[in-house]
Each structure stands twice: as C-alpha cells, then as structure tokens.
Design a protein around this ligand. Structure first.
Ligand code: GLN
Length: 496
C-alpha cells in the first residue's frame, strides 16, 4: 500500500474499513522520511519511537473512531510550535537543543482529535523569510523540482506534504508563510482569521499578525484539520470564543448550490507585474469560478500598495520586542565565558541569531525608538487601518476576493538570497490579509511551463472560513487532480 499519496479522508476511510492501521501508516511514512528526506530536508526532528507509541495508543481506542475526527492521522509540525518533549528551535541556533515543556493549544486539540505527531519541520529562522533559505540549519528543497525553493517560511511543512511524507502539516502565517509555500508546492494552505486559532505555544514573531493553520493536499483535509485545531482554550487573550463551525459538513454536493451566485471580487490593478504564466493560470481559474455560477466583480483596494512597507514596520517592530527574551539567560544558547553581563547579552544574541533575524530586530528597534515611533510604527498602524477599511468596503460588493497567491512560481535556490527586497515581494498578495486579520486560502490551479505549481488565493470576511472552503472545494472538484504531483510518484524529489 502506498501511504505517501493518501489524503486524510482516504486514511480515515481505510482505518474505518480496517484495511490498515495507524502503526502501519506511521511506520511507512517514517521509513520514507528516513530514505528520502536527506535530499529534501523537510524535517528537523523525527522521533520514530514516540510516534509509533502514539500510534499504538490510538489503536487501543479504535472503538471510538467515530468520535476522533483525526484518528491515526500523522501530522508534521513546524518547529516554531511547541509540543511537549519535542525540540522547538524555530530553526535558530539560539534555540538549539531547546525542548518544549508544554504543548501548543492548537496541537493539543489535534492530539485530542486522534492525530499523531510525525515530526518537527524546517522553517526560515523565527519564520522570517519566503524560501526557507534563512533556516539556521539548512535550506529545504522543493519536491516538485529540487533545485527550487519550497517557499517559506513554512517550507519544511510544505515540502513534507508535497513529498508524500505526511498527509498534513501545520505552519504559521504572519505575512504569507502558509499560503505562499502551499502555492509553491501545489498544496492547499489556510491562514485563518486572526483569533480563530490560539497562539498559545507558538514562538511569537509578530503577535498581531501570527496565525497557525494547515497545509494539506485537498480542501476537505484542510477544513478537517482547521475545525479540529481552532477555537478557544484559555491561555490566549486574543483567541475568539465564538463556536468553530464544522467546516467539513458543508463540503459535499450542497456546496455547489451555496457557491452559485456568490460574487468574487477581483482587483485588476493588483495583477500588474505578475509573472505572465501565473496571470494566465489565475485568469483561467476565475473562468472556472464563473462556470460554477460565481459572478466576478471589480473591487478596489487603493491602500494595498502600502501593504509591504506597512508590514515590514509592524512585523519588525513586534519581532524586536518578542525576540528580546532570547538573551542567553532565559532560553537556549549562551556564549561561553562572557566578560560581564553586557558581553553575555551581546555575544549570545550576536552568535545565536542569523543575519535576517538581526536585520529585522534592528529595523524594528529603530522604528520603535523614541523620536521615530510616531513617524514609523504609529504611521504604519494608521495605514494598516486604511487597508482594513479597503477590505471592509470591498466585502460590501463581493463575498470572496481572488488573487494569485504568489507573483511567481518556485524560484531557484540562491536566486533571491542576496536581495532581500525582491524576496519580500514574494508576499505581495498574502501580506494584506494578515494586516486586515481576514482569512485566506491558497488552492493549486495548475502548473507553469516548467511544471511548477501555481496557486490562487481566496480571501474572505472575518471568521468566514466556511465560504472560502466551499468555494475552494467546488473549484478543486471542477479542476480535477493535479498532474505530476510528486506525492503521487514512486520517488520524491524527482518532480515525477
Ligand atoms: N515572508 C514574510 C516575512 O518574511 C512572511 C513570513 C511569515 O508569514 N512568517 O516576514
């Protein structure tokens, strides 16, 4: 049995029919990780004994399978999310050897739904980046073509699912880090509404933007993972107490009726500068939405052109504050033989953080410093409000907004490392949703001439993930299976 290609839904059906067991699945995936992840480098840590013990423990509860919506489903977790007993390094030298003393709320919820932790995945250090090349460990490769980046910062989580190592993974998205790697790896990726999922147990990057969410191979699977991980659990003052809908309940024939006559907003001016092949694929996807009965309407988002500059002030400011705790005393790495306390702080941070993280801490500290605060951080927050208002106005005219997820397909490893500004442009379509706090989903729409996947982003109103899932689900059914997906090949890393 080839477990590498199975979706969550296939696994659940197979378990129910007793065709295979969680231990068999976990063992088989762990074996393929061992054999093939040397090339891809999606995982930073696997603990086969721990995963297999969990698989056997869940098998003892097989009579409760109906009550466990993720019974025996192995999930890979980005290494900036805490799981008791597992490392949580954020791919930074400053947290090397750090082991989590507690479990993030969203993971606790997945585990109580029956999920198994398969391993911890690679990322750009502290989730700062768009290619996973900023990892303090090693870059991850894109399973569609191994000379390409998988996107980032959740590149390890995306590559693990695209390579067939895991049916699902968790990422975090501060400015696009779930949706952009999902797009570059041909996956579905969801950034939930800010406050839908608890941030308790996430290593904070920018607290007003961060959200955890799933990466999967199908819309149904993403809906299943999100409905299990979302919701209030205490311990995070910014998580919503509103009831989490059972998103999967509406993902069937009835969705086609709901989607018919919905209005899809398109901001044409936003498409300038997009790679022509991405634009063509996006326009073809919009045609398919029309075939589903949806009505395209032009929307204006006049302030999104400021999203990049706004984001890089808000995110770096918050990061400079959040990362102050890594000082050589509280956590992780400490420089050997410091001369005095200042030397301890300076050298521990100087040696522990990588260059992109230092760049951002400096930018953020500058933007927050007395005399500059109003001009930079204060101003950025005002513009952020304008961007939120743009979306509010747009959603008066439409029900979802569609755009490409990323302006290009997966670029070559090394191509953009020396030019941070070009790298930052990778997130031009994803940043606005974080600034506005609205949900976004990326769904694959096809491949370019180099056979690299292209994604479409759908954004919705606050807490209206249901509509996003329904539209994405109907679109996906209309689109059919993606050609050449690496998880379907017998060998990962070959681009099939
Ligand atoms: N690529 C963006 C950045 O570098 C977004 C990262 C993220 O969403 N974590 O900040």
């Amino acid at each position: 049995m080839d477990f590498n290609r199975l979706e969550i839904l296939d696994l659940l059906e197979g378990y129910q029919r007793k065709e295979f067991s969680p231990s068999e699945v976990a063992q088989s995936l762990l074996t393929s990780i061992e054999k093939k992840d040397g090339e891809i480098r999606s995982f930073l840590q696997v603990r086969p004994d721990v995963t297999l013990d969990a698989a056997r423990a869940i098998e003892k509860r097989s009579s409760e399978i109906q009550k466990l919506p993720l019974y025996g489903v192995p999930i890979a977790i980005k290494d900036n999310i805490l799981v008791t007993g597992w490392q949580a390094t954020a791919a930074s030298k400053i947290l090397k050897n750090y082991v989590a003393p507690f479990t993030a709320m969203c993971v606790e919820r997945l585990e109580s739904a029956g999920a198994l932790i398969l391993g911890k995945t690679n990322l750009d250090e502290f989730a700062m980046g768009s290619s996973t090349e900023n990892s303090g460990v090693a870059p991850t490769r894109n399973p569609w073509k191994t000379d390409r980046v998988p996107g980032g910062s959740s590149g390890g989580s995306a590559a693990a699912v695209a390579a067939g190592f895991a049916p699902a993974s968790l990422g975090t998205d501060t400015g696009g880090s779930i949706r952009q790697p999902a797009s570059l790896c041909g996956l579905v990726g969801v950034k939930p509404t800010y406050g839908r999922v608890s941030r308790f147990g996430l290593i904070a990057f920018a607290s007003s933007l961060d959200q955890a969410g799933p990466l999967t191979r199908s819309v149904w699977d993403a809906a299943r993972v999100l409905e299990c991980m979302a919701g209030y659990g205490g311990k995070d003052a910014t998580v919503s107490r509103s009831v989490v809908p059972k998103y999967t309940e509406n993902l069937n024939e009835s969705a086609f009726g709901t989607v018919r006559n919905l209005r899809v907003g398109i901001c044409t001016s936003w498409l300038e500068g997009v790679d022509p092949e991405v634009r063509t694929a996006f326009e073809a996807a919009v045609e398919k939405l029309k075939e589903l009965g949806m009505r395209p309407v032009e929307v204006e988002l006049p302030n999104v052109k400021y999203a990049l500059s706004t984001y890089y002030l808000v995110a770096t400011s918050e990061a400079s504050s959040n990362l102050a705790r890594f000082d050589g005393v509280h956590y992780g790495y400490r420089t050997p033989n410091p001369k005095d306390l200042d030397d301890l702080y300076c050298r521990s941070r100087g040696e522990g953080f990588g260059p992109e993280v230092k760049l951002r801490i400096m930018l953020g500290t500058y933007a927050l410093s007395a005399g500059y605060y109003d001009a930079y951080y204060g101003k950025a927050n005002q513009v952020r409000r304008l961007i939120q208002q743009d979306f509010e106005a747009a959603f008066e005219k439409c029900d979802v907004i569609a755009s490409p997820t990323s302006p290009t397909t997966a670029f070559k490893i090394g191509e953009k490392v020396s030019d941070p500004l070009t790298m930052y442009l990778s997130d031009i379509f994803t940043l606005p949703a974080n600034l506005a706090g609205i949900p976004g989903i990326s769904v694959p729409v096809g491949v370019d001439s180099a056979k690299l996947p292209i994604g479409m982003q759908l954004m919705g109103r606050h807490f209206d993930e249901s509509t996003l899932f329904q539209v994405a689900y109907c679109y996906e059914r209309r689109r059919g299976a993606l050609a050449n997906a690496p998880w379907r090949g017998s060998k990962s890393g070959a681009g099939a």
